[in-house]
Design a protein around this ligand. Structure first.
Ligand SMILES: [Zn+2]
Length: 168
C-alpha cells in the first residue's frame, strides 16, 4: 500500500507514514490532505481518498539533528550523481572524491567530499577541479536534516507530488 508524506503545519517534511496512519490523521482532523493517490480505499460503508501528501493542522517542534557524515549520505546528498560528469550511477560504481586532495591537506568532511564515478575520480587524480578543468556540478555543503530514514533511498524515486516539498 502506498505511503504518505507527512508535512509539518509549516510545510517542512516530517516523515513518511503508512496509509492507515495517514487516513487516521485525516479522520481525526489532525491533518489536511494536500494531494491524494489515484486509487481509493473502500470499506463496507464508504470510500476514502488515499492521502499522498498530508499537512498537520498544528505545528510540532522538532529538534534539529545533524546529518551523519557517511559515504552513503554523501551519495544521497549528491543524488547518486557524479559531481564531475553529471551521470547517475548505482552506489557500487561511485566513489568518494576529496575536492582538495587529501595529499594536499584536504579534509574528509561534507564541504570537501563529493560523489564521483570511478573514471572521473581517476582522471582528476590528485588535482583540484580547477587544475583538472573538471568544474563541480554543485558546491559541496553540509545537508540539512533529512526526516526520512536511510531506507527512503533515492529522492528521485518518490512520487511527483512529493517533490515540491522535498526540495524546499
Ligand atoms: Zn563522472
Amino acid at each position: 500500500m502506498k505511503p504518505a508524506l507527512l508535512l509539518n503545519a509549516s510545510y517542512e517534511p516530517l516523515s513518511v507514514v503508512d496509509w492507515k496512519r495517514a487516513i487516521t490523521l485525516v479522520l481525526l482532523g489532525k491533518a489536511e490532505m494536500l494531494s491524494t493517490h489515484s486509487h481509493k480505499i473502500r470499506s463496507a460503508r464508504r470510500t476514502y481518498d488515499l492521502p499522498s501528501v498530508l499537512r498537520l493542522q498544528r505545528r510540532v517542534k522538532i529538534p534539529r539533528k545533524r546529518v551523519h557524515f557517511s559515504r552513503k549520505n554523501v551519495y544521497r546528498r549528491d543524488n547518486y550523481r557524479c559531481q564531475y560528469c553529471g551521470e547517475k550511477f548505482p552506489a557500487s560504481r561511485l566513489t568518494f572524491d576529496h575536492v582538495l586532495p587529501r595529499s594536499r591537506g584536504g579534509e574528509t568532511s561534507w564541504t570537501n567530499i563529493v560523489t564521483s564515478c570511478q573514471p572521473c575520480n581517476r582522471t582528476k587524480c590528485s588535482r583540484t577541479p580547477e587544475e583538472a578543468s573538471m568544474p563541480l556540478l554543485n558546491e559541496p555543503t553540509e545537508p540539512q536534516w533529512w526526516p526520512f530514514s536511510a531506507s527512503a533511498g533515492n529522492l528521485d524515486d518518490h512520487p511527483e507530488d512529493w517533490k515540491p516539498y522535498l526540495w524546499m
